[in-house]
Write a protein that binds this ligand. Sequence first.
Ligand code: PAF
Length: 295
Amino acid sequence: MEVLREVDELCEWRDGRRIGAGRLGFVPTMGNLHAGHLALIDHARRRAESVIVSLFVNPLQFEDAADLARYPRTEQDDLEQLERAGVAAVFVPTEAELYPNGQQGLVRVDAGPLGERLEGAARPGHFTGVATVVSKLFNLVRPDVAVFGEKDAQQVAVIRRLITDLDFPVELAIEPTHRESDGLAISSRNRFLDEGQRQRAPAVYRALTRAAESLAGGHTVAATLAGARHWLAQQGFEVDYLAYVDDRRFEERDRLVEHGRLVVAARLGEVRLIDNLSVVGAGPGRPSASGESDR
Ligand code: PAF
């Protein structure tokens, strides 16, 4: 596995891949790899002959300096996992390498209104930070296919628009959310949960599955969401949002729709958990819930 730390090294590696070397799959990450990331890499391996992964904690997408500072950095362990996973190369730039002119005055890729709703409203500037770094990485890596996790459903929506609106010649692939056996979505942030919080955390997913059952039982979207928010608050969560959206635009919908999705962000103490569940209108008024992407 090639460990590439400089942009020039990456470009040389990319250009040196022989013609006929096949498709290049790309998995952008912020490191601290877990089973969810390994599933993204597996997905990329099924879609491409070789896979490159990036490890970069992107400061642009953190609106809170303390959150950025405490983001877990586990490079040595990450590199060992990537070697075992059989990736061809890993790009590990420093901040100065990727943003040589600093953040002041940086030209950014605006994620548009899609980036301002729900998760974007809770984290102003977050999706513009994501769209900017992903654009840079796409330009540098030039992958044939890039894999993102369904857990970050609004990020997926932003990347889909980024690829379409800015004409990146990249195929978008989505890997379904990976969960612990009790339903908790696997995330780097789970390590911040104390023992009591960890026991309560699966309630986030349970709120989604209960809501999906309620919709399947014919209850309205409004009543279902009110019930789910109330139930989650009873479990000790502070609910940032729990909504039913069209997952292409991330606009709220009061009836079941083709690309419908329940999305939630809720806090347990200092730890903020997000999750989502596809619940699409299938036939006249009948919903179907699925953990799988409908993409
Ligand atoms: O999902 C992530 O880990 C990040 O948002 C990404 C896509 C690597 C961009 O920094």
